[in-house]
Design a protein around this ligand. Structure first.
Ligand code: PHE
Length: 446
């Protein structure tokens, strides 16, 4: 159980790495369609409340554990538990996190592959002058073609695993530095353009006027799950990154910056997408295809539309790339902790994820009507249950461990926010985040 010596190059590099993990499909693909399916403004309101009360404090807890342990998630948990005189069974939480990220990455890679398809289509000028009907038909045609989808899924997984095999901090720093600012810029341009369209006012109205009567237990559960998903919290993935966090950096400040950047991306994407939805009369509750059937339409209306669209999918691809690298890291770090070489561990994970991902690919064609539980096919199951239940359960346990088990001195040092900041964080985690997460999970059970 050796302490890791690798560190992110600077404070900025750490913030970029965590933002890279957080910003991805969750913001640009999942947030808009979940908002559309869960009543608009009411969902947005709950999601923001959950980000503030649960996501952010638990994110600090998770990174803090990694930073204090400086090992793979399971090992960090075990070392800190021993230090506190508590049971080493806490290490199983690392395994639970690995199962969660495994499930998520298996579908994440497939959907990220869709971006590859759209990137190529955009460069080829496929969407020039096309309306909702044709864009929708393109999407359906693609989903019905398992071979093309498998090809893209394979390509994306190879991209991810190449960086992971090389060791995270080297490959990732440069990528993040370039991509994040560009992505923001492009989203701002898109949102400004959306402001000139007819759909803008109804989109703002839909997003920012919550209809509280739309709130049900299901909506609350979805919003909570999404808050964890979008911040990459609850699967020990950020714990793995925390192990590489430099000394002397305030954790609350870093985590706060990430949360703000993350929510901002989601809002910009939401504004752009819902402006098209309302301008074109598309159903907001269209589901996982929402982004793919709206964005080609907005871009088609812009001068140089294909170029912008291509650039957008390129940036989205880079954003999902940095997230999937983070999803893979705790599994690889875990196997490495068991004594496997990094390259072997990466290969093993890659093959397993690839195989399970094929089930998601086929869920849009041959296995579409094969319902696993509760009327959900494989893709529907794997893209909802791990995010909506495993992440909050993992987050809850992480919070309990960080705020009740880790010795005060250790936590205080690893949080690096001074005694007052520490007390505030601990109070919020103990008396707000933990009870609230437990309450929502329980109400979902009942
Ligand atoms: N936060 C990532 C996104 O929004 C997904 C993710 C979830 C990454 C959990 C790591 C862990 O796309």
């Amino acid at each position: 159980m050796n302490e890791t010596l690798e560190r992110w190059g600077s404070r900025r590099a750490f913030i970029l790495a965590v933002t890279g993990a957080a910003v991805g499909l969750g913001n640009i693909w999942r947030f808009p369609y979940m908002t559309g399916e869960n009543g608009g403004g009411a969902f947005l309101l709950l999601y923001i409340v959950f980000v503030l009360l649960l996501g952010l404090p638990v994110m600090m807890a998770e990174i803090m554990i990694g930073r204090a342990g400086r090992r793979s998630p399971s090992q960090s948990l075990a070392v800190l538990a021993r230090q506190a005189g508590s049971s080493e069974h806490w290490r199983w939480l690392g395994l639970f996190g690995a199962v969660t990220v495994f499930c998520i990455l298996s579908f994440y890679s497939v959907v990220s592959g869709w971006s590859i398809e759209y990137l190529i289509a955009a460069i080829n000028g496929n969407f020039v002058d096309q309306g909702p009907g044709e864009v929708g038909a393109f999407f359906d045609g693609f989903l019905a073609d398992p071979l093309r989808m498998t090809f893209n899924h394979t390509l994306f997984l190879l991209m991810t695993m190449t960086v992971v095999a090389a060791g995270v901090s080297k490959g990732l720093e440069r990528l993040n530095n370039l991509m994040m600012p560009l992505l923001y810029l492009l989203l701002v341009v898109l949102a400004i353009y959306a402001a000139t369209t007819d759909g803008f006012a109804p989109a703002l109205n839909w997003l920012f006027t919550p209809d509280l009567s739309a709130i049900s237990v299901g909506v609350v559960l979805n919003a909570m799950g999404h808050a964890f998903f979008t911040l990459a919290v609850g699967a020990c993935a950020l714990m793995a990154y925390g192990a590489y966090m430099p000394d002397h950096q305030s954790l609350p400040r870093a985590a706060g910056a990430v949360a703000v950047l993350d929510v901002l991306v989601a809002l910009l994407a939401g504004i752009a997408i819902f402006s098209v939805v309302f301008a074109q009369g598309i159903d907001p509750a269209e589901g996982p295809g929402l982004m793919f059937v709206t964005l080609p339409i907005v871009f088609a209306e812009l001068p140089w539309g294909s170029l912008w669209l291509g650039l957008f999918f390129l940036l989205l691809l880079l954003a999902t790339w940095t997230s999937s690298i983070n999803l893979a890291e705790p599994m690889v770090a875990g196997l490495q902790g068991l004594g496997l070489r990094r390259s072997r561990a990466t290969a093993l994970i890659a093959v397993s994820i690839w195989l399970v991902g094929i089930l998601s690919v086929l869920s849009f064609s041959h296995l579409e009507a094969v319902h696993i539980v509760a009327g959900m096919n494989f893709f529907e199951l794997v893209s909802s249950v791990p995010s909506e239940t495993f992440l909050p359960i993992g987050g809850l346990l992480i919070a309990v461990f960080a705020a009740w088990v880790v010795p005060r001195e250790t936590a205080l040092r690893a949080l690096d926010a001074g005694p007052t900041g520490f007390r505030l964080w601990q109070g919020v985690v103990r008396w707000v985040s933990i009870p609230l997460t437990a309450l929502v999970l329980l109400s979902g059970l009942i």
